[in-house]
Design a binder for this molecule. Structure first.
Ligand code: CDP
Length: 234
């Protein structure tokens, strides 16, 4: 009887709440998600960093990026660790390596393969721990955490997103070209939205936040207010 009791009690423990923040490239998801996680003391999952790390591992292994089975194997087995913004692959710091333009492109390509996505599913779900999780990506609310307490679709106009990326690159002392950045953002939007596997799309139960004319602080405040509302609802 004791065993039964324990079992039924463990079933009644509600899972850690999740705030899913999805949206297109350079919409500010990461910054907003980290701000929300910090304010609530929640864990944070940057799922894009996971896809980027698989892209780095595949590139380093000189794998053909069309080799879906090979990519599946890498995605399933990579030894990657995430510490805030820092990422380690096989014990090596790859924080900067996952952010290059070549890896952005490779990540977006390999993310289109269903076998890569399925290999990363459980790994992403393991980030769900008490007191809660803020997860950002493309399919957090639609595929990975469909029971999220709050689903946000964060976006901004392509021009605004290109301008933000331009500013970021300038601040890092890197050269950038606005027209090329805009073209790249449009191409990545197209690839993320048109792919068959977990395409980027706002689900009916996600709340749209357009940050084109909004500061980061305002966007964070809005998500926190929505979460307060959602967690009060019966
Ligand atoms: O920095 P950016 O917003 O462009 O990308 P990211 O969030 O770091 O994600 C890198 C790539 O991984 C994107 O181009 C997406 O195609 C892909 N991705 C995905 O397919 N699903 C996710 N949940 C997160 C990222």
């Amino acid at each position: 009887m004791q065993g039964l009791d324990t079992a039924s009690r463990s079933h009644s423990v509600p899972p850690a709440p999740v705030i899913a923040i999805d949206g297109p490239s350079a919409s500010g998801k990461g910054t907003v998600a980290q701000g929300v996680a910090g304010a609530l003391g929640f864990h944070y999952l940057n799922s894009g960093a996971l896809y980027r790390t698989v892209a780095v591992a595949a590139t380093r292994a000189r794998l053909d990026l069309e080799n879906e089975l090979g990519l599946h194997d890498i995605a399933l087995n990579i030894n990657a660790k995430f510490y805030g913004d820092h990422v380690e692959l096989e014990g090596q710091d790859v924080t900067d390596a996952i952010r290059t333009e070549a890896i952005s492109e490779a990540a977006s390509r390999i993310a289109a393969f269903p076998k890569v996505r399925s290999a990363l599913l459980e790994r992403q779900r393991k980030f769900r721990r008490l007191p809660g999780l803020v997860a950002d990506g493309r399919d957090m609310g639609t595929v990975v955490f469909p029971d999220a307490a709050l689903k946000i679709f964060l976006t901004a106009s392509p021009e605004e997103r290109a301008a933000r990326r331009y500013k970021q690159l300038m601040e890092k002392g890197m050269s950038a070209n606005m027209a090329a950045l805009l073209q790249d953002i449009r191409a990545r939007d197209g690839r993320d939205s048109d792919r068959a596997a977990a395409p980027l799309q706002k689900s009916a139960d996600a709340i749209l936040i357009d940050t084109t004319r909004m500061s980061v602080a305002e966007a964070i405040a809005q998500v926190l207010a929505l979460y307060k509302q959602a967690s009060r609802a019966p």
